[in-house]
Design a binder for this molecule. Structure first.
Ligand SMILES: NC(=O)C1=CN([C@@H]2O[C@H](COP(=O)(O)OP(=O)(O)OC[C@H]3O[C@@H](n4cnc5c(N)ncnc54)[C@H](O)[C@@H]3O)[C@@H](O)[C@H]2O)C=CC1
Ligand SMILES: O=C(O)CCC(=O)C(=O)O
Length: 527
């Protein structure tokens, strides 16, 4: 499939007339062909108009047809073949195996949402039958279902150019909910974005859906994203990226005449708590496993373990020794963009220059665009006194905080901002200590895990990839897993509607064969 550098607006491909830009080969900094041209305000207008026109038809597509569409998108992405991987490797610097895995995750995610759509449970159909004889007042017939919120603007993430990008989790969950998507390509991987965008566009056509179900816009800067979020037809936003970018979109959405929700996944340092018995028994093993998680993908995961908390002692010394030894041998790896590499180097330099911080180890030095891993330590006292030590350094850098006792571990956790994950390394003798920390962790994070690290999010029904601000803009939900569909739905009640006007999900006789809640009780289809 040739990459043309065009915007995909509904069924058409149109060359933008805005600022021209090129993808950059992450490893070398060289420009790649072809030139892309940023979308214009008229392109944003057209994409949003088409999305709004498609909305009422698309949101009422039969569940089976919508599920087949999601599967068609998955199949079309698979059918691009190696060209997608090769282009993505060049643009992101990520290795083949990682990107092949990520493509599998992207396809699997779309298929999981196809299953969610077929199941229909997300409609949350509820029926409170009328009680005309009720005294003192009769009860009306009340029926509830969830409907799609409207067209969704999706911002692709730089660090997951497939699974969190044009047809990633935000797009899959929005399409599953019945929302058209206007995607804004990340300028770090426009060619990858176009290839995937053309696959979605082809699936829309193949499934006979209105063309406005999907559009993809290019931009060298931030103007298109700002215009999208401001467009009155856009009803919600999905974003993964920097705290600065996410907060800017939250502010833009909140200052509209009609504010809309922004689901932004932003910064997280993902505390890892090493409890005493586990540290004593296997501190060195944990240290080596930690370095594996820290340096995965050059550390460019929002789930990266950026903070280690433990009580001082021989166990922690063993962890630090083993982790430092493993880190010292870690090859530097190409980072996603020169800008992200520069930001990483600045973050590491700030830690190195901080008098309260000790550099424990550096990985092997690399080329111009490669991130050199780094491990630091500080005292709990210094950490609590300097809020900059709790800021995310996006890349393979982590800070060990030495605590005098478990009460201080708890005090440090209490002071952290919202996080995506927290990991506890524990043995049975640590259970009481862990139990005491759980209420704090539940308040601070979206996912608590034991004897592992948060990198590598499972795509499933019980996953929460979210957390209190600033991990995300809205800690009540998730950007990975089937629960993500609820971000793009809202409930509507139908009171005393005649049967012929009711949506199929709420009709007598349950024609869609849904699980429904009737008079407060869950009722199986056919019961
Ligand atoms: N925690 C995480 O998961 C991630 C954090 N980052 C952090 O973000 C830094 C920059 O990386 P990027 O991927 O470029 O993230 P970014 O947040 O700068 O950009 C992400 C997307 O949002 C758009 N955008 C950014 N600011 C905007 C604004 N004010 N108005 C409208 N659109 C806007 C960009 O054009 C891009 O499409 C990294 O160095 C890292 O610190 C990046 C990726 C993931
Ligand atoms: O760890 C993962 O699999 C996902 C991480 C993520 O969401 C991110 O880095 O943006």
């Amino acid at each position: 499939m040739p990459i043309t550098g065009e915007n995909l607006i509904g069924a058409t491909a149109r060359r933008g007339e805005g600022e021209s830009f090129r993808a950059v080969e992450a490893a070398t900094g060289q420009s790649l062909e072809p030139a892309f041209a940023s979308a214009t305000p008229a392109d944003v207008e057209r994409a949003c108009t088409l999305a709004a026109e498609a909305f009422d038809t698309y949101r009422e597509t039969a569940l089976e047809n919508r599920a087949r569409f999601l599967e068609a998108v998955a199949d079309a992405i698979a059918a691009i073949g190696d060209e997608l991987i090769v282009r993505c490797m060049a643009e992101s610097g990520l290795p083949r195996a990682r990107l092949e895995g990520e493509r599998g995750r992207t396809i699997g995610q779309l298929k999981m949402f196809a299953g969610v759509v077929r199941d229909g449970g997300f409609l949350e159909a509820r029926i409170d039958p009328a009680q005309p004889e009720r005294k003192p007042l009769p009860r009306p017939d009340l029926r509830l279902r969830q409907i799609a919120v409207g067209p969704v603007a999706v911002f692709g993430a730089s660090n997951f150019p497939l699974a969190f990008s044009v047809a990633g989790g935000d797009t899959a969950s929005a399409l599953a909910a019945g929302c058209p998507v206007v995607a804004k390509a990340h300028p770090a991987h426009p060619g990858t974005s176009e290839l995937v965008g053309r696959a979605v566009q082809a699936a829309v056509k193949q499934c006979g859906l209105p063309e406005g179900v999907f559009s993809l816009l290019m931009d060298a800067g931030i103007g298109v994203g700002q215009a999208l979020v401001a467009d009155p037809r856009i009803a919600a936003v999905g974003f993964t990226g920097s705290r600065r970018g996410g907060v800017a979109l939250m502010q833009a959405a909140a200052s509209r005449p009609v504010p809309i929700p922004v689901y932004a996944e932003m910064s997280s340092i993902n505390p890892v708590v090493l409890l005493p018995a586990a540290l004593e028994a296997r501190g060195r093993d944990i240290g080596r496993a930690f370095v594996g998680s820290l340096t995965l993908g050059s550390g460019q995961f929002c789930t990266n373990p950026g903070l280690i908390l433990a009580v001082e002692g021989a166990g922690l010394d063993g962890f630090v020794e083993a982790a430092s030894a493993a880190l010292t041998e870690t090859q530097a790896a190409t980072m996603l963009t020169p800008g992200i590499h520069k930001a990483y180097c600045a973050g590491v330099a700030a830690l190195e220059a901080n008098p309260a911080v000790t550099t424990l180890a550096r990985g092997l030095a690399g080329g111009t665009h490669q991130g050199q891993a780094a491990l630091f330590s500080t005292s709990a006292e210094a950490f609590l006194a300097d809020h900059t030590l709790a800021e995310e350094v996006f890349g393979a850098a982590s800070l060990v905080v030495r605590c005098p006792d478990l009460a201080t571990v708890r005090a440090v956790l209490e002071r952290l901002e919202g996080q995506l994950t927290a990991a506890l390394h524990l043995d049975e003798a640590d259970h009481d200590a862990a139990r005491a920390l759980l209420p704090v962790l539940e308040r601070r994070v979206g996912r608590i895990l034991v004897n592992g690290f948060g990198t590598g999010v499972e795509v499933g029904h019980a996953m929460v990839h979210g957390g209190p601000y600033p991990a995300t803009s809205d800690g009540r939900t998730t950007s990975v897993g089937s629960l993500a569909i609820h971000r793009f739905l809202r409930p509507v009640s139908y009171q005393d509607l005649p049967e012929s006007l009711l949506p199929a999900a709420l009709k007598d006789g349950n024609p869609l064969k849904l699980w429904r809640r009737e008079d407060g009780k869950a009722v199986a289809p056919g019961a």
